[in-house]
Design a protein around this ligand. Structure first.
Ligand code: SF4
Length: 221
């Protein structure tokens, strides 16, 4: 992303209002106070009325913006619970509904499970059970478990840790990072209470000049 002065509409927006950018040919909403390479952008098609959260004090009001952008990561032990909820064996659940994503922690590649993203045509962006690649991470997609008409999660009682802890009105730094979830996988640590147990943050490497962009959607590295 270039400098602010290079962006369309710069200087014409009223202070404090979100504005639209174009990233990878998609319209993106940029909120005041975010970095220009936003960690948590929203695609305009997901938020057509271009509105702020109408009642932040009410928390989740099921707009579905997070579930339609980038599914949350499971923590260790959670795929088993979600599979049991659907009456499946864990391996069948992963081969049908999940992707294997990964993150490097202190030089070690850590792999995790996440629900698949679907494209706008409703088809998986990669074959179920495969490994995510850079392109998959860049593009947004609706979670395979999101029930659009009901605006609900089909595995809500066994939803991933990242989904449990995510609050869309938080600053990105206040939400659980994917590095923290990867840290649980590296330790093989299963949380006794996924709604409450503390999850230690993992050290962040210095960003490389011209390095990889953060993933699309809700999450932060
Ligand atoms: S698992 Fe459920 S809560 Fe998480 S992104 Fe998918 S639909 Fe949303």
């Amino acid at each position: 992303m270039g400098t602010d002065a290079m962006l369309p509409g710069h200087g014409s927006q009223a202070a404090g209002r979100p504005r639209r950018l174009r990233v990878l040919q998609e319209h993106t909403v940029h909120r005041p106070g975010q970095a220009l390479a936003p960690e948590n952008p929203y695609w305009a098609w997901e938020e057509p009325e271009f509105s702020e959260h109408p009642a932040p004090e009410r928390g989740c009001i099921r707009r579905g913006l997070c579930c339609r952008s980038n599914p949350g990561w499971f923590a260790p032990g959670e795929v088993e619970k979600a599979a049991a909820l659907l009456g499946l064996e864990p391996d069948a659940f992963v081969r049908r509904f999940c992707i294997i994503d990964a993150l490097e922690l202190e030089g070690e590649r850590v792999e995790v499970f996440a629900p698949l993203k679907l494209g706008r045509d409703g088809a998986p962006l990669l074959p179920p059970g495969s490994r995510a690649d850079a392109l998959y991470r860049m593009f947004r997609g609706t979670c395979i478990f999101y029930d659009e008409p009901a605006r609900a999660c089909r595995i809500y009682p066994a939803r991933p840790l990242e989904c449990r802890r995510y609050i869309c009105t938080n600053r990105p730094s206040e939400n659980l990072s994917r590095r923290a979830i990867a840290g649980l996988w590296r330790q093989g640590r299963v949380l006794a209470d996924p709604d409450a147990d503390p999850v230690p943050e993992q050290p962040r490497p210095e960003p490389e000049a011209g390095g990889a962009a953060p993933p699309a959607g809700r999450s932060r590295w």
